[in-house]
Every structure is written in C-alpha cells, then in structure tokens.
Design a protein around this ligand. Structure first.
Ligand code: HEM
Length: 350
C-alpha cells in the first residue's frame, strides 16, 4: 500500500486518524480542535521515527508537558527581549514552569538514550538515537574532536519533539478549517484524488507529483494560517554584530505587494501552467542553514492526511451553525480558535 519506510509510518498514523474520523464523526459535529487526539498521532509518528518508543506509557504525560510549554511560552516570551521581566510574578511562574517541564522531558529522553545505549546493535540502526550514538562512538574511538555529546542529543530530541508536534497538529487543524470554509477547494482536490488515486487504494506519496492542486493547497494553508508567524531569533554577524533579529514571516505572508488579496484563501496562487509554483519570497520554513528540518516530513504528513480524508469525506459546517471565522490563537505557533466540523460521506453536505 505504501512505498517507503517513512511512508509506512506516516500512513499508519493517517489510517488511525481516519478510522477515528469514521467511527466518531460520520455526519456528527466534531470539535476540529481536538488537540490531544491529533497530537497523539503526530507525536507518536515523530517518536517512532526518531526514538522508536511511541508505545511508552508516559508518552501522554509528555504530550501534556509539551502543550503546556507552548501556552506558557506566550507568557514568558517577552523575557527574551526584556530579561528583567522574569522577576515579574506571572511571567516568573511561566518561566520557572517551562524550565521545570524541560527538566522533566529531558529526564524522560535520558531514559530513552540509556535504553538505546544498552541495546545498541551497530549493524541494525533502529532510529535517530541509534545513528547519533554510533556517530558519537566513531569520533571517540578515532580521537577526533567533535560536538557529539549526550547533553546535545537530549537537547536535539527536545527540539525535534517540541518543534515538530505543535506545528504539524496546528497545520492539520487549519487545513480542515479552510477546507470546510471553501467547498470549491475541496471539490478540486477530490477530483484530483479521483483522477490520480481512484477509490480502491489510499493516496501515497508518489501521487503527490501528479496532484499539484492538492500540494498548492498545502502551501496556501501554511501561508494563510501563519502557523509560524515569527522565525527563530538569529544572532547577526553584521548590522551591527551581535544584534538579535526575528524574521517576520507574517509580514511576508500577508503583504499585499506580494500577494493579490492576501486575506483570501486561494491555492491557485501556488500554481502556474498547471504546475506547483512557489515564489522565492515565500519561506514558511525559513531559509539558510538554520531553516526548519521538518519541512519534508510536514508536507508528507499533511498531504497524506488531507488526501486520505477527502477521498472519503466532505468537510461541512455543522447544521444550524454559522461558519467559523479563521482566527488564530497566538502562542509559539498559531493554532485556529476552537471550531466544529462535520465529516460526512462525500456529496452529502447540505
Ligand atoms: C507546519 C510545520 C512547520 C513549520 C511551519 C515550521 C517552521 C519552522 C521555522 C520558521 C523555523 C525557524 C528557522 C529559522 O529561524 O531559521 C523552524 C525551526 C525548526 N524546526 Fe520547524 N516547522 C514545522 C515543522 C517541524 C517539524 C515536523 C520538525 C521536526 C521533525 C521541526 C523541527 C524544527 C527544528 C529542530 C527547528 C530549529 C532549527 C535550528 O534552529 O537550527 N519543524 N521551523
């Protein structure tokens, strides 16, 4: 059914998500912001690809800590710019709690690293942690200087998990919202699915190159949602050296000089002569050596999720409800405000 190892892993989680859609939501309104469940799939996918430990019992607790961290981050963020604010009571609480949660997640990841070290088979690399440990060992035995260390490995695990989880979950939530509000877009994706995939098998990654409108929709979801409105802080070598700069991605995404009617959700803007066209100024994953390392994984996940979902369902505004507004909640990443959506078998939306 799926072609590559990664695709299998993404596919399994998409299937689980779909099954829940089938049983939970066929025709009944469902809260489109059901974070825990969606985070669970996105999170356990990340875990299985990087740490191969998605069945761990404390995993749910870890998800909770990560989500709490993202909320607290909004409160504590000004400390980056005005360090004295960490002494203000509310901000201080958020700041301390983030540190405390980080310590807890780090000790969870340390256990995973210890377990990997204990069971490491150099001939059978299981995941990212194994690969890191083997590389670290190589440097050590050769006597060469390296930056590989357990502390760094745990930090990277924290980074991948925290950076990957929230953004992809929010992107899927935004995608469902924009599709529900734009039945015309849903129909175009569905006709691509019918033409390229049909109804006898699930969509797979190799279909993406023949489904430009679906890919264009993915880019438009990222642009219009502004999931990541500000990039990471970068330290500069010029202007003058040491200045901290924050890339304002929102300003790029919503600039009327760059986009016609930027407020409008319009996947067509990412198509030219029937092919996906991504202008150079569009950088939702940032650019350069520090750009996001999760861009490919995000595209895979969102593509497989949306195409598998729309193959079977229409996404509609629940009966007697007003269409929700596409408004976001600002935190470390932007999630949509809670909304309700109905997933009904195709062509049955009122
Ligand atoms: C919608 C999905 C995502 C968006 C929009 C996004 C966007 C970004 C952006 C704008 C940056 C800042 C880069 C910079 O300042 O130069 C970043 C950094 C990062 N992202 Fe993502 N990301 C997403 C998903 C992911 C996923 C799935 C992962 C992990 C598998 C991930 C891991 C990271 C890491 C580790 C960094 C820090 C890189 C560094 O500082 O060197 N991201 N991301």
């Amino acid at each position: 059914m799926f072609a590559t190892k990664t695709e299998v892993k993404v596919g399994v989680h998409v299937l689980k998500e779909l099954l829940e859609f089938r049983t939970l939501r066929a025709g009944t309104a469902y809260a489109g912001d059901d974070r825990t469940r969606q985070s669970l799939h996105v999170g356990s996918l990340l875990m299985s690809m990087t740490f191969k430990n998605s069945e761990d019992k404390t995993f749910l607790h870890l998800l909770g800590l990560m989500e709490e961290g993202f909320k607290l981050f909004t409160l504590a963020m000004p400390v980056n710019f005005f360090p004295f604010l960490r002494f203000v009571p509310g901000v201080n609480y958020a700041y301390q709690k983030i540190i405390q949660n980080r310590t807890e997640t780090s000790s969870y990841f340390k256990k995973i690293v210890d377990e990997h070290r204990r069971t490491l088979d150099r001939e059978e690399i299981r995941d990212f942690v194994d690969a890191y440990l083997v590389q670290q060992e190589k440097y050590k035995t050769s006597g060469q200087h390296s930056y590989f260390s357990e502390e760094q490995l745990i930090q990277v695990m924290n980074d991948i998990f925290s950076a990957g989880l929230e953004n992809v979950t929010s992107t899927i939530e935004w995608a469902v919202l924009f599709l529900m509000l734009n039945p015309r877009v849903q129909k175009r994706i569905q006709s691509e699915i019918d033409e390229v995939v049909g109804s006898k098998r699930l969509p797979q990654l190799e279909d993406m190159s023949r489904m430009p409108y679906t890919e264009a929709t993915f880019w438009e979801v990222l642009r219009r949602s502004n999931v990541i409105a500000l990039g990471n802080t970068h330290n500069t070598l010029e202007i003058p050296a040491g200045t901290h700069i924050l890339p304002n991605l929102y300003a790029i995404n919503m600039d009327p000089n760059l986009w016609i009617e930027p407020e409008k959700f319009e996947p067509q803007r990412f198509l030219r002569n029937g092919k996906v066209y991504k202008p150079d100024h569009f950088i939702p994953f940032s650019v350069g050596r520090r750009m996001c390392l999760g861009d490919v994984l995000t595209k895979m996940e969102v593509f497989l999720f949306l195409s598998s979902l729309l193959q079977e369902f229409d996404l509609c505004v629940p009966d007697h409800a007003d269409p929700p507004k596409a408004l976001g909640i600002v935190a470390a990443s932007m999630a949509p405000k809670p909304y309700q959506v109905c997933a009904v078998p195709r062509n049955r939306c009122q």
